[in-house]
Design a protein around this ligand. Structure first.
Ligand code: GLU
Length: 317
């Protein structure tokens, strides 16, 4: 099956990739390949970059067999695209300067009747004199004049999902392009029409799909996949123990063994990506978070630490 579109994995080169991130990357590859799409990797390095993290992430993904079909792209190299998108929105009167501090936004959001996490449009209708006065005090962020309160997307796993859309930030007051704008512009520019990522980002999808529509871009197909969590239900983090390829290598776990652990946690044959691909069916994926017990991972001889609902007995020591 061939398809002109692409799927992608888009790591942020700040921390290390842990088992949850790697599992999402495997899923992004499986979703793309099983639908005949190309698989791409985009480094989201507009903010919070750690020296060496990009090379480390790419090497770890490659060790699992996750190599992109086109050269890796970096958001830090796409400034012109983002400026063009901002100009397009400006031309439609959809951008305004916002002088609110984080604290202003937090206070507005905690006011009676405020919608949680919803920017109430404090700076939307400032007149030019007022903006001029405020510019002298603080560099403005740029916000979208969104025009809608909510938007719906259809997620391959979560189904139809409606979510709030507010006047989101397009460019921060330090000049950095905001995540939502960069993602939407890059996905469309790179021919990405399938977005597979952790379900902590499901809330962002309606905002991003709405922004895409304002930019005249198609929204991608979305699949927000369950996260890896600890036994107490908290999202897995580096501090939870041996949860990165590097940590696990130090315990003698090879990359193929970690791949096997990840595939097995998905209820798939753990022998190889190709074998998993042969039977991959989104409907059969576990719909619940993957519970990882790092203590079990660190113990010898075998590291299975997965949902009780899926087989865990295939990991080599
Ligand atoms: N860079 C984001 C992350 O590392 C993913 C963003 C996306 O997939 O849209 O969580």
């Amino acid at each position: 099956m061939t398809h002109r579109g692409a799927g992608r994995f888009a790591p942020t080169p700040s921390g290390q990739l842990h088992l949850g991130n790697l599992r999402t990357a495997v899923l992004a590859w499986l979703f793309a390949r099983s639908t005949g799409r190309r698989f791409l990797i985009r480094v989201e390095d507009l903010d919070r970059v750690r020296a060496g993290a990009e090379a480390e992430h790419l090497a770890e993904l490659a060790a699992l067999g996750l190599t992109p079909d086109s050269p890796v792209t970096r958001q830090s190299e796409q400034g012109e695209r983002y400026d063009r998108a901002l100009d397009h929105l400006r031309g439609r009167g959809l951008v305004y300067e916002c002088f609110c501090t984080r604290r202003d936004v937090a206070e507005a959001a905690s006011a009676p009747h405020a919608r949680t996490g919803f920017y109430p449009g404090t700076c939307r209708d400032l007149d030019e004199g007022e903006r001029e006065r405020r510019r002298a005090l603080r560099a403005p962020a740029l916000r979208l004049r969104s025009g809608v309160d909510s938007w719906s997307v259809t997620d391959l796993l979560a189904g139809r999902t409606e979510g709030p859309v507010d006047d989101l930030v397009l460019r921060r007051n330090d000049g950095v392009i905001a995540y939502n704008l960069a993602v939407v512009v890059d996905d469309a520019a790179d021919g990405i029409d399938q977005v597979v990522r952790g379900d902590d980002l499901l809330d962002s999808a309606p905002r991003q799909a709405h922004l895409a529509s304002l930019l005249g871009l198609p929204a991608p197909a979305y699949a927000h996949v369950p996260l890896a969590v600890t036994g107490s239900g908290r999202r897995l983090a580096k501090r939870d123990g041996a949860v990165t390829l590097e940590d696990l290598a130090a315990l003698g776990r090879t990359a193929p063994e970690v791949l096997e652990l990840l595939l097995t946690s998905l209820g798939l044959p753990g022998s190889s990506l190709e074998d998993a691909l042969a039977v991959f069916a989104p409907d059969a994926l576990p719909q619940i978070p993957w519970v990882v017990d790092p203590a079990v991972l660190s113990s010898t001889p075998a590291p299975p630490a997965c949902n009780p609902s899926v087989p865990t007995d295939k990991v080599s020591p």
